[in-house]
Design a protein around this ligand. Structure first.
Ligand code: MLT
Length: 271
């Protein structure tokens, strides 16, 4: 679906570039791929230019050096926008790890952001205990394999409603996790464990911002997201009902409605 392969330093980035208008950059979570935005790409591309990469090492994007810090992912994204010759600032929309990368992107390239959509994510870094768990997980993935990780992780990401549709989503999330390279999973865990606390940066994010949380998200609570949103000068928080950690996949209609309302009411790139 309108995929391009872009050579960025040691990486070959697989990127969807679809639609026209002000650009929206969709950044996936861990350990997922651009496929998690399958219900957004066509919808948003009706009115915007949608840029949706696989992060280096994930999905179909390859790299020689798996990224062990989030700043490198932010740099890849900045280089990707440059390679696409996108000169105007983008609305950065990141989910979970994609949101952690968003804070880093803001820190490094504030002039490239016109708006921020933070989905199921937080600004705080890991506690010592969580960071330690990630370092252990980064080693054990080579023994346990991605299939076991997929079976353990996918149900935690989704709200537990045993409907057919939910089962389909769960099996597609499992497939994405299973097909991720262990090297990239290990690097992603290390990158997240090393990330800085972005909370002090939040008051500086002065562009329009939308925070979206899932009512039943066990990984990022709506409570934490509400207090993060309150630290920005121009942010609102929306809770999506009957959703867990993957709001765009679980409740695409509601998710798309809120995002499009945000994009249209702020008229990004139209003034
Ligand atoms: C994600 O969805 O990106 C992960 O749950 C983030 C994390 O492990 O903190």
């Amino acid at each position: 679906m309108h995929n391009k392969t872009l050579a960025i330093r040691d990486a070959k980035m697989n990127v969807v570039d679809l639609g026209q208008g002000s650009p929206v950059l969709l950044v996936h979570g861990f350990p997922l791929s651009q496929n998690m935005w399958e219900f957004q790409i066509l919808e948003f591309a009706k009115t915007h230019r949608v840029i949706c990469p696989d992060l280096a090492g994930f999905g179909l994007s390859q790299c020689n050096e798996p990224r062990t810090d989030l700043r490198s992912h932010a740099r890849d994204l900045s280089d990707t926008l440059d390679a696409l010759n996108i000169q105007e600032p983008v609305v950065f929309c990141g989910l979970s790890m994609g949101g952690y990368i968003g804070w880093e992107f803001w820190k490094q390239y504030p002039e490239k952001i016109s708006g921020m959509i933070a989905c199921n994510t937080r600004a705080a870094n890991d506690s010592l205990e969580v960071a330690r768990g990630r370092r252990i997980a980064a080693k054990s993935i080579f023994k346990t394999g991605t299939q076991v990780l997929a079976q353990q992780m996918a149900p935690r990401l989704l709200y537990g409603d045993p409907q057919e549709r939910k089962k389909q989503i769960q099996s597609s999330v499992e497939k994405i996790i299973e097909s991720t390279l262990p090297d990239s999973i290990a690097a992603g865990q290390l990158a997240m464990s090393n990330r800085p606390d972005a909370t002090p940066w939040l008051p500086t994010i002065d562009c329009p911002a939308l925070f979206i949380g899932g009512e039943h998200d066990e990984i990022t609570t709506t409570r934490e997201m509400t207090s993060n949103a309150a630290l920005l000068p121009n942010a609102q928080f929306i809770e999506i009902e009957k959703a867990g950690h993957l709001t765009p996949l679980e409740q695409p209609e509601s998710f798309n409605h809120h995002v499009l309302e945000f994009l249209n009411s702020n008229r990004f790139g139209q003034d």
